[in-house]
Write a protein that binds this ligand. Structure first.
Ligand SMILES: NC(=O)C1=CN([C@@H]2O[C@H](COP(=O)(O)OP(=O)(O)OC[C@H]3O[C@@H](n4cnc5c(N)ncnc54)[C@H](O)[C@@H]3O)[C@@H](O)[C@H]2O)C=CC1
Ligand SMILES: O=C(O)[C@@H]1CCC=N1
Length: 265
């Protein structure tokens, strides 16, 4: 079985770990390095720092899941695994060349961008393989990530900041939608608890319908919209070409992608 070393078990690392364990990946095949153990499930080998990794543990995949801002301090301690393991970074912004600098030019590096729905095996991860990555290593990464959702590979690393802005950060946009729908419902007179229940169930139900349906998102929207009805009145506001959701989302995605570029160094 593939041996996994997970470096950083915060919000994203723990979401992936939860998905793997639920999917039947053996806890015995995982070692977690995490100085703050609160989010690490019982039964998984946990160490606080790289020197404490058991000498007998030889990982096939080292997942780098710490914040981009601390990556340069954290990564060199794992250079000893270069040559035997593939490094799978999930950090926003950090390019493959950054890891080659810190781990050696020959290190096998996959840059990936997952998202937190991995915790319920509904994630999507986009991967880009560096030059040292063998077909076998690529296939091991594919299997691991596929256990927690969909996987797509791209050749052009330059697209990763845009990927991050759409699917990496995207769950936050959807949760915000649920938040503001609830607030709007309360503003319209609903009890706050009922408004929150309606917003949550509607976002989750619409998401599930989108997942299961063969129709496009646009068609599913049209299916809700009776001519001259209530939805059309709302969409006239939300689809305003100047200040509706379209231009607002474009601004948001551009801002996220720019931030990714800033985190590169
Ligand atoms: N949160 C998200 O939705 C997503 C995050 N990412 C990426 O995942 C990475 C982690 O992000 P989050 O999980 O959100 O952050 P987080 O702050 O929740 O998790 C980072 C974890 O790293 C641990 N850590 C710090 N120093 C360490 C060290 N020396 N060794 C081992 N662990 C150490 C921290 O204690 C923390 O638990 C980032 O690079 C981020 O760009 C990627 C996709 C989505
Ligand atoms: O906000 C961030 O920087 C990370 C990357 C994508 C989602 N969370």
């Amino acid at each position: 079985m593939t041996k996994i070393l997970l470096v950083g078990c915060g919000k994203m690392g723990s979401a992936m770990l939860a998905g793997w364990l639920e999917q039947g990946i053996a806890a015995a095949d995982v070692v977690v390095v995490e100085p703050n153990p609160a989010q690490v499930p019982a039964g998984v080998a946990l160490v606080g720092a790289a020197p404490e990794i058991p000498a007998a543990f030889s990982p096939d995949i080292v997942i780098l899941a710490v914040k981009p801002q601390v990556m340069a301090d954290v990564v060199p301690a794992y250079a000893r695994f270069a040559g035997q393991a593939t490094f799978l970074s999930i950090a926003a912004g950090k390019p493959i060349s950054f890891f080659q600098t810190h781990l050696g030019q020959g290190a096998a590096i996959v840059r990936a961008m997952p998202n937190t729905p991995a915790a319920v095996r509904r994630g999507i991860t986009v991967c880009c393989a560096g030059p040292g990555v063998t077909d076998q290593a690529r296939s091991s990464c594919q299997s691991l990530l596929q256990a927690v959702g969909q996987v797509a590979w791209i050749e052009d690393e330059g697209l990763m900041d845009a990927v991050t802005a759409v699917s990496g950060s995207g769950p936050a946009y959807v949760f915000l939608l649920a938040e503001v729908m609830a607030e709007a419902g309360a503003w319209a007179g609903l009890p706050a608890e009922l408004a929150a229940q309606l917003a949550r169930a509607t976002v989750a139900g619409a998401g599930e319908l989108l997942r299961q349906s063969n129709d496009s998102a646009a068609q599913l929207r049209i299916n809700v919209t009776s001519p001259g009805g209530t939805t059309a009145a709302a969409l006239a506001v939300l689809m305003d070409q100047g200040k509706g959701m379209g231009p607002l989302m474009t601004d948001a995605v551009v801002a996220a992608a720019l931030r990714g570029k800033e985190l590169a160094g």
